[in-house]
Structure formats: structure tokens, C-alpha cells
Design a protein around this ligand. Structure first.
Ligand code: MG
Length: 120
């Protein structure tokens, strides 16, 4: 069973993502900011990280930059953005994100992104 770390400061987004991912037979853990996510990545391996950009404490971008400095098997990273964050996509891909998805996302789009990064 693959596992996904859902990183978002919105409890509602985490809940929606969890629901979709579990329906795709993926085990889910949640982090509420980049720092929390980094700690969890140091403690357990994840196949994929679904990553929000704007979060308190540590942003998605800072998480991406620090992920490469910790000594773990690197998860695939799908960066989540809103239409307002379109300009962030290039920066996220440059910083090592594998794919991106626009919010609000649905099951079909998330499934196709997970296929594109080879998780399912
Ligand atoms: Mg956010």
C-alpha cells in the first residue's frame, strides 16, 4: 500500500484529500505546515507528498528546499496551488516538485497526477 503525506494548513482541504486518496487505496497521514511535514518525513518514508504553498510556520517552498537536505528516500512531490498562485508553479518545479495540481482538485485530476508521478 502506498502512502501519502497531505500537507495543508486547511483542515477542510486535508479532509477532502484524505477522502480521495483513501478511495484510491492510499494510506494517508497529515501535516499542518512545512515544519510538521519535514519532521514526519524524517521519521517515516512517504511515497508522495501533496504540498500546499501558503502555510504558517513553514511554507511549501521552504519545505521543498529543506527536503533535499534531509537524508531520506525522496518522496514524489505534488504541489497544490490556486489560480492566484500560478506564478508559483515554475518556482515549485525548479525547487524539485514533480507535478502540480490546481485547487480545488477532484478525484479524477488527483488520480491522473498520481499516475503521472508513478505512485499509482
Ligand atoms: Mg494554505
Amino acid at each position: 500500500m502506498k502512502n501519502c503525506l497531505v500537507v495543508d494548513d486547511s483542515k477542510v482541504i486535508r479532509k477532502v484529500a484524505r477522502h480521495i486518496l483513501e478511495s484510491l487505496n492510499i494510506r494517508v497521514s497529515e501535516a499542518c505546515d512545512g515544519r510538521d511535514a519535514l519532521n514526519q518525513c524524517q521519521n517515516a518514508e512517504h511515497d508522495v507528498v501533496l504540498l500546499d504553498w501558503n502555510m504558517p510556520v513553514m511554507s511549501g517552498m521552504e519545505f521543498l528546499q529543506q527536503l533535499s537536505s534531509i537524508n531520506v528516500a525522496r518522496p514524489k512531490v505534488i504541489f497544490c496551488t490556486t489560480e492566484n498562485g500560478l506564478g508559483h508553479i515554475r518556482a515549485a518545479l525548479d525547487a524539485g516538485a514533480d507535478e502540480y495540481v490546481m485547487k480545488p482538485f477532484d478525484r479524477d485530476i488527483l488520480e491522473s497526477k498520481l499516475q503521472q508521478v508513478g505512485v499509482i
